[in-house]
Ligand binder design. Structure first.
Ligand code: TYD
Ligand code: MG
Length: 452
């Protein structure tokens, strides 16, 4: 095999140079040159090959054969849900998450289910065959159908895949995979990117579905380059509190389905078990109503979900009072406190404010605004929100309560779980009354505060 040339590309401006240096000669940015394998330059035309030689064919969109049968169920319905209905042939799925959260466990379970119907190959660069076999035994998986390869060189992985022709391939993890053509260490930006590019190319050419496991940095983003997320079709992310046994998988990006779709699992003695009624686990059952808690109906992906918000507002002894959120965006809290002051006349500049979303789930939509404000007020006044109440609605900067998508669906979910009262935006009032649910529609923040 001819040794490919290496060059250095600036990640900021795209300038190519044959030598590494600390500063890009073109844009003068620092530390932005990364090593890449040069495209086969000899075949005429260099980087613009294809203009002169083989041209890509133009196809009519109507004539493209869509493989409707391409979806295959993973046998785990929560997993199918986040994938957008099932596993698509030739798709590349990246699964990220903290160490020890259950990525390898989940994939081993998925592979075991799939192995019954198609050929699968599990490539591990992190664990030995013994370790994986031990885990499989613990999960009570039939190991006879699962093929395992412990290998870290991408060329070898692809060569094996080419001979075995698995329909599904797992690479655990992408940070351990490397190519000898690059000099940088496995796990470096250049290695991760090059290895992913090759695996993606293989997936598209052969129709093999590939799962890539990705590690997460201390800051919580996928380690290696952000480009990894652009290169793959689907990005799934494991969330969950380390103390809790519940694990949530969220789709951050999905070319085949809705984003922010959640799959909920519980980690048990025997691997991950699906949680089919997740609303039930995110609500903590209090003996009696307590101040500072509000139940919110959020919609993650296509499924409404009941979650409990807890607020603690306490006198601050700091010059700069604390605003702490777990499971919510902190800037949003600062904004809502300002709105509460300006349009609700409730000041909190001398109070520490803590907000927690129970159960380790993360709520990213503005539909939580009204619930955040009401929980803060409830804690501040030490007065509970009436039992059986759910709240949702976006709050704007001028103190208006704005409608949110999927209102009626959320109300139905609340009624299903026995809630009897809903404080919601006026524009979300359902056309037909929902049985057992009293709807209190508000259009201004002040209306909502008066109700409380
Ligand atoms: P693992 O899948 O190895 O995590 P990752 O690949 O994301 O690093 O998960 C390991 C954790 O899960 C470990 O802390 C033990 C726990 N676990 C169980 O609780 N039950 C089980 O059946 C298995 C296999 C693991
Ligand atoms: Mg692992």
């Amino acid at each position: 095999m001819a040794k490919n040339k290496i060059e250095y590309v600036c990640t900021e401006c795209g300038d190519v140079s044959p030598k590494w240096s600390g500063q890009c000669a073109a844009c003068k940015g620092w530390n932005c040159l990364t090593e890449v394998v040069a495209a086969a330059a000899s075949k005429g035309g260099g980087r613009f090959a294809g203009y002169a030689g083989e041209q890509a064919k133009v196809v009519n969109l109507g004539e493209v054969n869509v493989m409707t049968e391409a979806l295959s169920s993973t046998g785990i319905s929560e997993m199918d849900r986040v994938l957008g209905g099932g596993l698509v042939q030739g798709s590349v799925v990246l699964i990220g998450g903290d160490p020890g959260i259950g990525k390898s466990t989940l994939l081993l379970q998925v592979m075991a289910k799939l192995a019954g119907e198609m050929s699968v190959l599990y490539v591990s660069g992190e664990e030995s065959a013994q370790q994986i076999s031990l885990r499989a035994r613990r999960l009570e998986i039939d190991p006879s159908k699962l093929d395992l390869l412990t290998e870290t060189q991408v060329g070898q992985v692809l060569a094996t895949a080419q001979t075995l022709k698995p329909r599904v391939l797992v690479v655990d993890s992408i940070q351990t995979i490397y190519t000898e053509e690059l000099q940088s260490a496995p796990g470096s930006v250049a290695q991760v990117r090059e290895s992913t590019a090759r695996l993606v190319r293989y997936a598209k050419q052969t129709g093999t579905a590939i799962f890539l496991v990705g590690h997460v940095t201390k800051e919580g983003s996928l380690a290696g380059p952000r480009v990894l997320e652009h290169m793959v079709d689907t990005v799934l992310y494991f969330e969950g509190e380390s103390g809790s046994r519940y694990r949530v998988i969220r789709s951050i990006k999905n070319r085949f389905g809705a984003v922010n779709e959640l799959g909920v699992f519980a980690m048990t003695e025997m691997g991950l078990k699906e949680v089919t009624n997740p609303s039930a686990i995110f609500l903590s059952r209090h003996e009696e109503v307590v101040p500072g808690t509000v139940t919110l109906v959020t919609r993650e992906g296509t499924r409404p979900l009941l979650v409990e918000l807890q607020a603690l507002v306490d006198e601050s002894h700091l010059g700069n009072p604390r605003r702490v959120t777990i499971g919510l965006e902190q800037n949003r809290l600062a904004m809502l406190l300002a709105v509460l002051h300006r349009h609700g006349g409730v000041a909190s500049y001398d109070q520490d404010v803590f907000i927690n979303v129970v159960g380790g789930v993360r709520v990213s939509e503005p539909a939580a605004d009204l619930a955040v404000i009401l929980s803060i007020l409830s804690s501040l006044r030490n007065r509970p929100v009436a039992e059986g109440t759910i709240v949702f609605g976006e709050v704007g900067l001028v103190g208006e309560v704005r409608p949110i998508p999927g209102g009626e669906e959320r109300l139905r979910e609340a009624a299903k779980h026995g809630f009897t009262r809903a404080i919601i935006p006026k524009a979300n009032r359902p056309r037909k009354a929902i049985e057992g649910l009293e709807v209190v529609a508000v259009s201004r923040l002040s209306d909502a505060l008066n109700i409380l």
